[in-house]
Design a protein around this ligand. Sequence first.
Ligand SMILES: Nc1ncnc2c1ncn2[C@@H]1O[C@H](COP(=O)(O)OP(=O)(O)OP(=O)(O)O)[C@@H](O)[C@H]1O
Ligand SMILES: [Mg+2]
Length: 210
Amino acid sequence: MSNGMFITFEGADGCGKTTQQMLAADYLESKGYEVLITREPGAKGLGEDIRKILLDYKGPVSERCESLLFLADRAQHVDNMILPAIEKGQIVLCDRYTDSTVAYQGYGRQQNLERIKKLNDFATNLLKPDLTFVFNIDVETSMQRVGKEKDRMESEGKEFHNRVRNGYLEIAKQEPERIKVIDASMSIEEIHEEVKKVIDFYLNYGKHSQ
Ligand SMILES: Nc1ncnc2c1ncn2[C@@H]1O[C@H](COP(=O)(O)OP(=O)(O)OP(=O)(O)O)[C@@H](O)[C@H]1O
Ligand SMILES: [Mg+2]
């Protein structure tokens, strides 16, 4: 058994995932933990090529193809980066993971949710995060934070992004022990305080449903 831990950061584009991931990494490192900072899609190597197709490809992309590319990237990421780090006892902080696929392809693109979940199970070999943060924010604010340069997913319409947001809230309701919803309209510091509280609780007591 290792003491590794797996934390994911989820939510709309521009909700503050990367900002909070970096602050959490600094915090955990200051407490002496070894941290792996990583992301999906496209952490490194083969994944970086898959990321380019997913976010920059200009031609039409079949929705099933899109799902399978995200999942292919995930399988590679789990086997080559996430699992080895957990086994070494590191704390893995990952920007997007399985819940993104459920929220974007399941709720956003309205693909069959059960099928998406089964494909996630296949891609991850059933590796679940210990903790997940969903940063909840209205679509207008998140789009303002993203700015003008939008990638292929970010360029989707407002209705799509609203479905994604509600999807995240629905997923969080189903797994309250793992998934913590945080109001992302607060300041960066306030959000970081909330994140720290949840992580500290987990490190001290394990899973909880507060
Ligand atoms: N709580 C906050 N209040 C105001 N601005 C914020 C907050 N959190 C992050 N930002 C700013 O919003 C922008 C987007 O933040 P960040 O890159 O962390 O989001 P993200 O969720 O990682 O976005 P993406 O999905 O595009 O990678 C950045 O300019 C960041 O400084
Ligand atoms: Mg980011």
